[in-house]
Design a protein around this ligand. Structure first.
Ligand code: URA
Length: 204
């Protein structure tokens, strides 16, 4: 049953998690992926960025955000003095590439959520940044438009609904920003707010 699977995943260490994701056949996305993409970075990071799902390049290389959107994400990180792998972990709502890079379905994100939740628990980030509406949907539940989510600060909730102290914010997905350059400044504002949030949480 689904619950057994969730409980098993909730007990995995990083090696177990990597193996489990690599061999996962829990939804149909496994049929067309080349490889599952767990995540990359510092497993004790303060910052956790969560995207939607692997694209073509990620599916080939086994690392999140290594294609064009990833280049922009790296620039976004640099703007707040962060670097991939240094105090930063990058993951996705789904670990397998949706065919043709379509948006993952709610059921696919729900099936993959125990993996993401386990990553969050193992990392214990000080801040979670959700990139785009799909990531927001996966982590916060079915919650309004991106415009209504930006600027708010949520608290990460465990699968059973219990609140943690981990702040969560939502910003634009870098692939969207590549198409909509005029919103870039707003994404930068979000990142600056994120940095302030993290520093406030760290020093209080
Ligand atoms: N877009 C995402 O959401 N995630 C990736 O890893 C790459 C592109």
């Amino acid at each position: 049953p689904a619950n057994d699977r969730e409980q098993q995943i909730a007990r995995l260490d990083w090696d177990g998690l990597r193996d489990s994701v690599a061999g996962c056949r829990a939804c149909a996305l496994c049929q067309e992926r080349r490889q599952a993409v767990l995540g990359v970075g510092d497993t004790a990071a303060d910052w956790l960025f969560i995207g939607e799902g692997p694209g073509a390049e990620e599916d080939l290389r086994g690392e999140p955000f290594v294609g064009p959107a990833g280049k922009l994400l790296d620039a976004m990180l640099a703007a707040i003095d962060l670097q991939r792998g240094e105090n930063v972990y990058i993951a996705n709502a789904v670990k397998c590439r949706p065919p043709g890079n379509r948006t993952p379905e709610a059921a696919e994100m729900a099936t993959c959520a125990p993996y993401l939740r386990r990553q969050i628990t193992l990392i214990q980030p000080r801040l979670i940044v959700l990139l785009g509406r799909a990531a927001a949907h996966a982590v916060l539940g079915d919650v309004g438009s991106l415009a209504s989510l930006r600027g708010q600060t949520f608290k990460y909730r465990e699968a059973d609904g219990s609140a943690t102290g981990i702040p969560v914010i939502v910003s634009y997905h870098p692939a969207y920003l590549l198409r909509t350059l005029q919103d870039k400044a707003k994404a930068w504002e979000d990142l600056c707010r994120a940095r302030t949030l993290l520093h406030t949480a760290t020093t209080s």
